[in-house]
Design a protein around this ligand. Structure first.
Ligand SMILES: Cc1ncc(COP(=O)(O)O)c(C=O)c1O
Length: 444
């Protein structure tokens, strides 16, 4: 049986009625990638309010690597819900928080002893990572990258690059945030070509420390090992090691933001493992608790201990139900089968995407790692690479009208990215890719 089963046109009548209520009751600020209201999920399939079955290539923006309604996650969360829903770690601590920290410390890349703090969202974890880095180094500045995304709270938004729609009108932003180009080879800020560039974008940071901010003032460099919202940009293999070497040389902490890349998405638990790099601080969220709100700041023990008692925390950080779900997620990942699945999904995505690049001039770049693949769509691929934003939106719309949920990305909104649950079956994957291919063919 096909995964996609449509009983109405999409959006269906119930979704349309809910959309009218949504517009009246909810501000327009929270963007909706589709106007389809869902009520159930299982594996890689969503059921909407009109009883249509949809295939999910978005995973709630990469939060359900272990699948919607993963039975082990549900069991763990339900059992915990019945026993203790909330106590607040600051008031009466509980073992599961400590045990999850122990597990993540053991799973973090590198040999140095680690400690872990829990919060509720990716942005909150980013804010905490910066606080910790400042406390540990006594330095104020943070260097982030062009096309990076780190969240929407004030400091996280200050670190985020994309102006429209994230930043425009929301200033003033937090001070002491600096920004340099990322290794976005398809649109190199220095107009160089890899590998002959020898990663000049990292060497350029030495110049940066002369022209914009002295290295001695920089607490941390925060980097996504693969740009997420910025368009699934995979830097060359030597990029992170080179950045690690540069930060170590200047006594700057390296913060890896693995909010989107973590928990198997790239074919390993962490994307930085692929580069053989140990960051001083690693930020995790999204798929950590299989869809429940939980984030983690995992770092070298002496760095994490820099803020004094009371300096870190929050009422809901490390909520017992979310922590129980995260234990179940780590159990699910333990066998390594989902990492293998990510690599298998990636191989199939790559083969299909490369064939589309042969057929459609609209496909400018195809890139990815593990199950994290992207198509960057452009109008003039051999010359100016003008971003094909409207075409990208049209493809995304044609996909959901046929029952495939996708999301876009990129500073220019011209990237289609894949964040399907890693439990997706091969037939489901190809069914979804057939829908994408048909939409691409129509628009191209
Ligand atoms: C790399 C990265 N960092 C931080 C965030 C912010 O996470 P949240 O939306 O949970 O605050 C995101 C969200 O997409 C992200 O992709």
């Amino acid at each position: 049986m096909a995964a996609i089963q449509l009983k109405t046109e999409l959006p269906g009548p119930r979704s349309r009625a809910l959309w009218a209520r949504r517009e009246a009751a909810v501000p327009r600020g929270p963007y909706n990638a589709t106007p389809i209201f869902v009520k159930e999920g299982g594996g890689a399939v969503l059921r909407d309010v009109d009883d249509n079955r949809l295939l999910d290539f978005a995973g709630g923006i990469g939060c359900v690597n272990v699948g919607h309604a993963n039975p082990a996650v549900l069991r763990a969360a339900r059992e915990q819900l019945e026993r203790l829903t909330h106590a607040c770690f600051h008031v009466t601590p509980y073992e599961s928080y400590v045990a999850l920290a122990e597990r993540l410390n053991a799973l973090a890349p590198g040999r140095s002893p680690k400690k872990t703090l829990f919060a509720s969202s990716g942005a909150e974890a980013v804010e905490n990572a910066v606080k910790i880095a400042r406390a540990a180094t006594g330095r104020p500045a943070v260097l982030a990258f062009e096309d990076g995304f780190h969240g929407r709270t004030l400091l996280a938004l200050s670190l985020t690059s994309k102006v429209h729609p994230y930043k425009a009108g929301f200033g003033p932003f937090a001070p002491e945030v600096y920004r340099a180009p990322y290794a976005y080879c398809y649109r190199c800020s220095y107009h160089l070509t890899y590998p002959s560039c020898a990663l000049a974008c990292v060497d350029a940071l030495e110049e940066y420390f002369k022209r914009y901010v002295e290295a001695e003032k920089v607490a941390a460099v925060i980097v996504e090992p693969v740009l997420g919202e910025g368009g699934f940009v995979v830097p060359p293999a030597e990029y992170l090691p080179k950045l690690r070497e540069l930060t170590t040389r200047h006594g700057i902490l390296l913060i890896a933001d693995e909010v989107q890349t973590g928990f198997g998405r790239t074919g390993r638990l962490w994307a930085v493992e692929q580069a053989g790099v140990e960051p001083d601080i690693l930020i995790a969220a999204k798929s950590l608790a299989g869809g429940l709100p939980l984030s983690a700041v995992i770092g070298r023990a002496e760095v994490m201990d820099a803020p004094g008692p009371g300096g870190l925390g929050g009422t809901f950080g490390g909520n017992p139900v979310a922590v129980a779900a995260a234990h179940a997620v780590l159990d699910e990942l333990e066998s390594g089968a989902l990492y293998e699945a990510a690599r298998r999904i990636g191989a199939q995505l790559e083969a299909r995407a490369r064939s589309w690049r042969e057929r459609f001039a609209l496909v400018g770049d195809v890139r990815g790692i593990g199950a994290m693949w992207a198509l960057e769509l452009v109008r003039d691929r051999d010359n100016k690479k003008a971003p094909a934003k409207e075409e990208t939106a049209a493809i995304s719309r044609k996909c959901y009208e046929r029952g495939l949920v996708t999301i876009t990305a990129g500073t220019y909104g011209n990237v289609i990215r894949t964040l399907m649950p890693l439990v997706i079956r091969d037939e489901e994957l190809h069914e979804g890719l057939d829908v994408m291919e048909a939409a691409l063919a129509e628009v191209a």
